[in-house]
Design a protein around this ligand. Structure first.
Ligand code: FAD
Ligand code: UDP
Length: 367
């Protein structure tokens, strides 16, 4: 008999939800993470009384009442609604693309005028069957919005031409003909009151966790501790890159404490032109309506991932998806290893989707 039922590699949301559900069913779990904290990318750190999202802005949103109730059973959520502002060459625009944006761009005042303006640009572009992100964006919102608010941001975020990127990425953003700056269409949205760590701590309560432990430094002996392993790290690394390396985008975060109460008046301001090297500036206090005397801001600088960095975004283009399938096929042959989460499934998952996926996985595994 082994010491644990499950060794869970990664204390991010996938690992934490799996550990919580398995423990509830009487299983013994050991969770490890190579970082010095739990929570993976949703981790926040208190600075000047402000919860700083150490790995970029995290706004919880979902349409699924079960998932909303699930997270609310660990921590209460506030009423924060994400309404980022775009700064293009010093001019400000509302996001996502809505009547406020169209007014700011073209001074159009009615949905009909806005639609006509977009239609005119879409027709002029000649795109009828969009094949990539650029064509998809132009065929949805026309060339003005594409040039000012999408192209520069997208190409620096992904380090690739918009013509080489998959169309689905831009479909994440709503387009609406109402004066509504809510970035998400989902029914439920908010930030955990007191920060995301409350969610992670709630999930991992009473479960053995070891941080600063890299699975690959001691793979065999760690796996020998448990009947099964749940792996939430990079799938290509798990298989020693035997088919080649998957591509990821990484980010460098520049955090700064400013001796002023309110720097930019909004939690998220996107810089959509190409030559500014960061994509957005976060001002963390605004996620929780903070009134502290100081403020903490973070600039996000996108870069290509290389060994030793954190892999934040899978690059789900055709080449990488094909390579991923080879690793996925290998992983499906494993009897005692479960792969899950953004890195092991190589999927551009949001938090609610990772939680959903972990709940389905545990249900199948434990029933
Ligand atoms: P992770 O959080 O990456 O956790 C994986 C863990 O595994 C990490 O802690 C890692 O250290 C550990 N690990 C990896 N390899 C090893 C190893 N060899 N040994 C030990 N440990 C290892 N989602 C939203 O819903 N709303 C948002 O606003 C939002 N904003 C985002 C902004 C950014 C910049 C990023 C990058 C993501 C954002 N997300 C957002 C997505 C969200 O972060 C993910 O959906 C979620 O955190 C994924 O959880 P996970 O457990 O799959 O992965
Ligand atoms: N995007 C853009 N301009 C913006 C914001 C987003 O072109 O001002 C595009 C960009 O390609 C980005 C994608 O929309 O990668 C998805 O945006 P989202 O805000 O969902 O990105 P995330 O928060 O996941 O980084």
């Amino acid at each position: 008999m082994k010491q644990y039922d499950y060794l869970i590699v990664g204390a991010g949301l996938f690992g934490a939800v799996f550990a919580h559900e398995a423990t509830k069913k009487g299983k013994k779990c050991l969770v490890i993470d190579r970082r010095n904290h739990t929570g993976g990318n949703v981790f926040s750190e208190e600075v000047e009384g402000i919860n700083v999202h150490k790995y970029g802005a995290h706004i919880f949103h979902t349409n699924d009442k079960n998932i909303w109730d699930y997270v609310n059973s660990f921590v209460e959520f506030n009423r924060y609604t994400n309404s980022p502002i775009a700064n293009f060459e010093g001019e400000l625009f509302n996001l996502p693309f809505n009547m406020n944006t169209f007014y700011q761009l073209w001074k159009v005042k009615t949905p009909e005028e806005a639609q006509a303006k977009i239609n005119e640009q879409v027709t002029a572009s000649g795109i009828t069957d969009p094949q990539n992100l650029e064509e998809q964006a132009i065929s949805l919102v026309g060339t003005d919005i594409y040039e000012k608010l999408i192209k520069g941001y997208t190409e620096k975020q992904w380090g690739r031409k918009a013509t080489e990127l998959p169309a689905f990425i831009i479909k994440r953003l709503p387009l609406r003909f109402t004066f509504d700056n809510n970035y998400f269409n989902d029914k439920y949205q908010g930030i955990p009151i007191g920060g995301y760590n409350k969610l992670t701590e709630g999930l991992l309560k009473g479960i053995e966790v070891r941080t600063k432990v890299d699975f690959f430094k001691d793979k065999e002996s760690l796996m020998a501790l448990a009947d099964k392993t749940v792996f939430t790290g990079n799938i290509d690394e798990f298989y020693s890159y035997q088919f080649g390396k998957l591509e990821y985008r990484s980010l460098k975060f520049e955090h700064e404490i400013l001796d002023q109460e309110n720097f930019q008046g909004n939690a998220v301001v996107n810089y959509t032109e190409a030559h500014i090297p960061y994509t957005r500036i976060l001002e963390h206090k605004h996620f929780e309506f903070g009134k502290q005397p100081k403020t903490v801001v973070t600039k996000e600088f996108p870069c290509e991932w290389s060994a030793g960095m954190e892999a934040y975004y899978p690059v789900n283009d055709e080449k990488n998806n094909e390579l991923f399938k080879k690793y996925r096929d290998l992983s499906r042959q494993e009897e005692n290893i479960i792969f899950g989460g953004r890195l092991a499934e190589y999927k551009y998952y949001d938090m609610h989707q990772v939680i959903g996926s972990a709940l389905v996985t545990t249900k199948t595994e434990l029933s």
